[in-house]
Design a protein around this ligand. Structure first.
Ligand code: RFL
Ligand code: PHB
Length: 382
């Protein structure tokens, strides 16, 4: 078997890359370890930057997103029992964000790929990447795939990253995790609420006009079974408490999961014909909502570079791929770290630390410059 571009992983990064290459007339094969239902239902991100929406539109994958996506013009910061609205268009020169679940992006891209793209092989696990050959296992049988280029879009637990020799790794773990729930209840807010409280962080997000997505900061290694539904709603109530006429609507919880928080970057993101994109190369804690957006930005950069190579024979953009991506990655790493440490309560937090957090939160609420700095990073740098 041979593909001009072999793509490992059918998450948003791998699927979008396949779509962009297809549109540019470059053939690819996507190998995905899991089955279709699994990748289409893995609950993850929801907040899309303008650049992500633009990329999906440009490759003809935004028809449903344009019908069902919820445009958000800001977020709410809640602390000291007060709410503060950040108006993104006013602070960023007109930018907004969109809520549309990663599961739906994946479903849309899988459907397009199967209808008009190249091969997408589910339950095909890549096990080794060599110079110009990839080995994968399907139905218990080892197969070989030759390529001109191979792209590791296989997420944080994939195998591609290990094929880059002498990589430099930068990482940080956080002393807390997120308990995330999906609930069949209309959102209790129009914008996302990021809440700082004495009891820890909470986030109110949404998936649709009838489905809410909420998160609670919890200790690492928390067992979701220790959190019956009533305990979750009571804790959310306590952390979102505000001196205003506001009530958190409760409804049946349909999913519950605990996610650890991590910052991670590997450099460089390329070795010879192997390129890394998305979570395979970098992880951010979800507080800044950057992970999916970074994955899409990598792939947009790489698709352009590959197209440039195949149309002009020039390797210039392939040679600058890693540096170009890492510049954006490190900005997002810093912003995600900033948002995380600003809003969470560390197990060893002192009253001094809390005072610093509150001082910074007040600064964002009171200063247009501080608010604009947050809004620009959140809505996405061009
Ligand atoms: P993915 O989505 O992990 O996809 C990798 C795919 O590779 C497959 N795979 C293999 N296939 C073949 N052979 C192998 N050896 C393989 N090893 C792995 C896997 O099965 C999988 O299908 O990586 P990708 O495409 O880079 O996409 C990254 C995003 O998924 C991730 O950054 C975001 O979900 C992060 N994230 C958020 N990002 C945002 O931009 N906005 C958000 O609001 C946001 N919220 C979140 C998040 C992540 C969360 N969790 C659970 C980590 C909220 C949460 C709770
Ligand atoms: C989500 O909707 O899942 C979401 C939104 C914003 C974040 C993290 C997750 O910062």
């Amino acid at each position: 078997m041979f593909a001009t571009v072999a793509i490992v992983g059918a998450g948003p990064a791998g699927l979008l890359l396949a779509r962009m290459l297809h549109n540019a007339g470059i053939d690819s094969i996507v190998l995905e370890h899991r089955d279709r239902a699994y990748v289409e239902h893995r609950q993850r991100a929801g907040m899309l930057e303008q650049g992500t929406v633009d990329a999906l539109r440009a490759c003809g994958a935004a028809e449903r997103l344009d019908r069902e996506g919820l445009v958000h013009h800001g977020i709410e910061l809640r602390f000291d029992h007060q709410s503060h609205h950040l108006d993104f268009p006013a602070l960023t020169g007109g930018r907004s964000v969109m809520i549309y679940a990663q599961t739906e992006i994946v479903k849309d891209l899988v459907a397009l790929q199967l209808a008009e793209g190249g091969p997408l092989l589910f339950e095909a696990e890549a096990i080794a990447i060599e110079d110009d050959m990839l080995t994968f296992v399907r139905d218990g049988v080892e197969e070989k795939l030759g390529f001109d280029f191979v792209v590791g879009c296989d997420g944080f637990h994939g195998i591609s990253r290990a094929a880059i020799p002498d990589a430099r790794v930068y990482e940080r773990d956080y002393p807390y995790s997120w308990l995330g729930i999906l609930a069949d209840v209309p959102p209790s807010c129009e914008e996302l609420i990021y809440a700082h409280s004495d009891r820890g962080f909470a986030l109110h997000s949404m998936r649709s006009p009838t489905v809410s997505r909420l998160y609670l900061q919890v200790p690492n290694d928390t067992d979701p079974d220790d959190w019956p539904d009533d305990r979750i709603w009571d804790e959310l109530d306590a952390r979102f408490a505000v001196d205003a006429d506001w009530k958190l609507m409760r409804g049946p919880i349909t999913q519950k999961a605990v996610t650890p928080m991590r910052s991670f970057v590997t450099e460089p993101m390329r070795h010879g014909r192997l390129f890394l994109a998305g979570d395979a190369a970098h992880i951010v804690p979800p507080t800044g909502a950057k992970g999916l957006n970074l994955a899409i930005a990598d792939v947009v950069t790489l698709a352009k570079a590959l197209q440039h190579w195949f149309t002009t024979g020039s390797p210039d953009l392939l040679n600058t791929y890693s540096d170009t991506c890492l510049r954006r990655v490190w900005r997002a790493e810093h912003f995600s770290y900033f948002m995380t440490t600003l809003l969470h309560r560390a197990p060893d937090q002192t009253p001094f630390d809390t005072r610093l957090q509150l001082s910074q939160l007040h600064r964002i609420a009171d200063s247009r410059h501080a608010a604009a700095e947050l809004a620009e990073n959140y809505a996405g740098l061009p």
